[in-house]
Design a protein around this ligand. Structure first.
Ligand code: OVP
Length: 403
């Protein structure tokens, strides 16, 4: 008997090179096919591409659990790629306990204290980019700006030393690829899995972390009995996994969006207070984390359609963020939109715990640009870094025209 009889079946591979390069036609096909669809290349896999169902699944952590993994692999059937994240890949009550500690370390109040340092670094880096753009006629928006900024400020805040930070990029690429299928992209990104994982785990130890930094604060929480001391290194690992590649590409995608919409950049230049809403709109328009999965804990339904126990559900966050049922003119990049309810940072109990830091980084980089740069021009063809989960740029040639 086929319980999924009323669920439309689509022969779509979200991980094909074509769909990773340009996911938007695929998103539309999936949204138009129904509130939940079955992706036949992956067997029993279901997918939500509309805002309402994606949001509903993310906000029902009892029926749609994270502890079977938030990638394609079902941890009930196959071993995880690495020891499970103790925040991303767990359910309450363990999730609740660990989340409370991370959430305090990354709270808006703490973010006020790091604001001055994050702003100073953004201003200094944008100054250097502007000088380079004037001297060499162009910069690379990724190599010169989107990548070095988070790679400096976030590991500094965590309390890591300066050496070996390139490991964070390799590790991030690998972890986000590991949430898709075992394709060529994953194979390539795991070429140095052993040494990179080793570096990461060494740098999760207390003696590697500056006293008072975010990493050390995890160990302080363990000292205070708020979390299991054995969990401390893996909670630091979450900072190193989720805190760099995400914001690099968030900033990269924002630069791409603004460079391709000169009228929108002109508005930001004229009114610096649009920096934060502009970053938010870029998150909606080019969602950095394109997809996460949940797993059905028991037979249930989505939009009245039957979902069998232990079924993986692919939640197309980037598609929800362009669903015409939710957004007026969804394909329009409009920095005055104030896109509340977008899914780029998730929603529900697993909603991005680092969002105050992520938004701070986006805001101060875009503010520093708005102050100094009259125009951003596209100076060449960008290239994409394909990743099973992330919307990522490899190169982004830009010309920054000073005020
Ligand atoms: C975007 C995320 C992503 C990758 C890893 C982890 C979290 C983690 O907790 O390790 S959230």
């Amino acid at each position: 008997m086929n319980d999924n009889l009323n669920i439309p079946e689509l022969d779509i591979d979200p991980y094909s090179e074509e769909n990773l390069l340009d996911p938007y036609p695929m998103h539309e096909r999936m949204r138009e096919a129904g509130p939940v669809v079955r992706l036949t290349p992956y067997g029993d896999l279901l997918a939500c591409a509309r805002h309402a169902e994606t949001h509903a699944v993310f906000n029902d952590h009892v029926r749609f659990i994270s502890s079977a993994g938030v990638g394609l692999t079902n941890f009930n059937l196959e071993a995880p790629f690495r020891p499970k994240s103790l925040i991303l890949e767990v359910d309450p009550p363990l999730h609740t306990q660990n989340r409370a500690v991370l959430s305090r370390i990354l709270s808006p109040k703490v973010v006020m204290q790091i604001r001055a340092a994050f702003t100073a670094e953004a201003e200094a880096l944008v100054d250097r980019c502007l000088e380079k753009s004037v001297a060499h006629d162009q910069i690379d928006g990724i190599e010169d700006l989107a990548q070095p900024y988070p790679l400096k400020v976030f590991p500094d805040a965590v309390g890591l030393g300066d050496d070996g930070r390139e490991n964070l990029l390799i590790y991030g690429d690998m972890i986000f690829n590991s949430m898709g299928p075992r394709n060529e992209l994953l194979a390539k990104s795991t070429a140095r899995v052993g040494e990179v994982t080793q570096w990461i785990m060494v740098h999760c130890q207390r003696d590697q972390l500056r006293p008072g930094g975010f990493g050390d604060q995890i160990y302080q929480a363990a000292d205070a009995g708020e979390i299991d001391p054995q969990h401390a290194p893996l909670l630091v690992r979450s900072f190193l996994s989720a805190g760099v590649d995400t914001t690099i590409n968030g900033i990269g995608n924002a630069l791409y969006s603004l460079a391709h919409h000169p009228d929108q950049y002109a508005m930001l230049h004229a009114d610096h207070s649009l920096a934060r809403p502009a970053f938010e709109e870029a998150l909606r328009w080019e969602s950095t984390v394109q997809t996460f999965f949940r797993t059905a804990a028991g037979d249930c339904e989505i939009a009245g359609l039957p979902v069998r126990d232990n079924t993986k559900v692919l939640c197309m966050l980037a598609s929800a963020n362009r669903d015409p049922r939710k957004w007026a003119e969804p394909t329009r990049f409009d920095i005055q939109r104030r896109p509340s309810g977008h899914m780029a940072l998730g929603s529900g109990i697993h909603g991005c715990v680092g969002q105050a830091v992520a938004r701070l980084e986006g805001e101060v980089v875009l503010t520093a640009l708005a102050k100094r740069v009259k125009r951003i021009e596209v100076a060449g063809v960008h290239t994409r870094r394909l990743n099973n989960t992330l919307r990522a740029l490899d190169t982004l040639p830009l010309r920054l025209i000073p005020v």
